[in-house]
Design a protein around this ligand. Structure first.
Ligand code: GDP
Ligand code: IMO
Ligand code: MG
Length: 423
């Protein structure tokens, strides 16, 4: 068997959590392979709403095994809060959730370093989620990190060494802080984490594959936030692209099966950084209010704009997307005209390539399509789709050279339409 991978193709918050939940019945195992509690994956079903941060979105569909892979960074305190809240609502995960011993730990001082680095950047700050993601991955790459497996042997000593290093760095940044309470809670998180199966997940994942079990890998963030291919430096600190699933789980590239690429029918971004199709007018405000575009982790207002096919084509190429999933098309239900950016004009030249750097000189060139002006939120099948909507779907498929196989018309699990496109 192979690992199917679901990836956000834009700047995150495409609706990954919802679709992983919808797809989970098709799989035996669901895994996360990168990112950490910077993610906020929202699921809605039976009138209930959950936001998952470090825990995979495959936990609500019948006791499936869920694995937090080695590529993930985990904050024991936030993990405890998340898992305890789930347990309180009847979802005890101690038997079904497993955590890689090689996943790196976010320490309380990593959070402080995240804040201190942002403060030092001043106006050019990244606008991080403040969860210590960058400093934790920095320690991983510079070979100073602590891993989940370290909790099992001599942890206090290792923790003290790492903390002392961070304290020196924080002092150099003139950052004043008090982590006494945070640290005490974090240590409780450490004890809590030890109740879960801490595993060699690369062996477990490959064993599942060898035993004909199917696996879905759930991406966090999105391709345009990838550390290598995103809008650097306004990115996260992990490989959010398909290749990240190989290194973040310990699977060979030839073990990747379907690559689901998920995108919104328009586009959003939270935090700083370039966003060529961003709207600063009432159209953008309308997308924001109808789409309820506020961060699921930080509550920050998301910036909104038209779909950017230059960026999307780039993402489809880097990720090797085999099928597309379009989310939140219902948000555009009342729009008279839909625009789609098909190329950029850069210093008077037209290009369909995503450039090295995006500055004020990058101007989107739009195609305009008629809106469908129909409430699609209660539709059950593609037979009900209005003609203008079908035209938008065909236009995107043609542009991206990839079939759109799922359309989401609302936040609820049930508001999901599988299209029966020919193979
Ligand atoms: P993720 O990080 O990719 O899992 O996405 P988020 O959960 O951060 O953001 C997606 C938001 O859109 C959540 O509030 C979802 O409940 C909501 N959502 C998902 N799909 C749809 C949809 O098709 N229509 C609408 N209106 N909302 C949706
Ligand atoms: P999900 O999985 C949207 C953004 C932050 C910031 C940049 C770096 O819910 O789609 P970080 O804290 O990772 O160092 O922040 O990346 N960012 C996200 N934006 N969705 C996310 O996750 C994000 N995770 C990080 O806003 O611009
Ligand atoms: Mg999110």
């Amino acid at each position: 068997m192979k690992v199917d991978v679901l990836l956000g193709l834009q700047w995150g918050d495409e609706g990954k959590g919802k679709v992983v939940d919808v797809l989970t019945p098709r799989y035996d195992v669901v895994t996360r392979f990168q990112g950490g509690p910077n993610a906020g994956h929202t699921l809605e079903f039976n009138g209930e709403k959950y936001v998952l941060r470090s825990i995979p979105s495959g936990i609500f569909q019948g006791g499936k095994v869920n694995i937090i892979g080695n590529g993930v960074v985990i904050d024991p305190l936030l993990f405890k809060q998340e898992a305890e809240a789930l347990a309180a609502s009847g979802h005890d995960l101690t038997k079904t959730l497993r955590i890689s011993k090689k996943a790196h730990l976010i320490l309380p001082t990593h959070r402080m370093l995240d804040a201190a680095n942002e403060a030092a950047k001043g106006a050019s700050k990244i606008g991080t989620t403040g969860k210590g993601i960058g400093p934790t991955y920095t320690d991983k790459i510079s070979r100073n990190g602590l891993r989940v497996g370290d909790l099992l042997h001599d942890f206090d000593k290792k923790y003290a060494v790492a903390k002392a290093k961070h304290e020196t760095m924080l002092k150099a940044l003139n950052y004043t802080y008090d982590i006494t309470e945070l640290e005490a809670q974090w240590m409780e998180g450490v004890e809590y984490l030890k109740k879960f199966s801490l595993i060699d997940s690369e062996y477990e994942v490959n064993n599942y594959l060898n035993n004909e079990k199917s696996i879905l890998a759930e991406g966090a963030q999105g391709t345009m936030l990838d550390i290598d291919f995103g809008s650097y430096p306004f990115v996260t600190s992990s490989n959010t692209v398909c290749a990240g699933a190989c290194s973040g789980l310990g699977i060979a590239p030839n073990k990747i099966g379907e690559v689901y690429g998920i995108f919104k029918a328009y586009c959003t971004r939270v935090g700083s950084g370039p966003f060529p199709t961003e709207l600063f007018d009432e159209t953008g405000d309308k997308m924001c209010s109808i789409g309820r575009e506020f961060g699921s982790v930080t509550g920050r207002k998301r910036r909104c704009g038209w779909i950017d096919l230059v960026a999307l084509k780039y993402a489809v190429m880097i990720d090797g997307v085999t099928q597309l999933i379009m989310m939140k098309s219902d948000v555009l239900d009342t729009f008279e005209t839909i625009k789609a950016c098909v190329a950029y004009e850069i210093d008077g030249e037209e290009t369909d390539r995503f450039p090295f750097e995006i500055g004020e000189n990058v101007k989107p060139i739009y195609a305009e399509l008629p809106g469908w002006q129909t409430d699609m939120t209660k539709m059950q099948s593609e037979d009900e789709f209005p003609e203008e909507f079908n035209n938008y779907v065909s236009f995107l498929e043609e542009q991206l050279q990839t079939p759109i196989k799922i359309v989401s018309v609302g936040p609820d699990r049930e508001q999901t339409i599988i299209r029966y496109t020919e193979e």
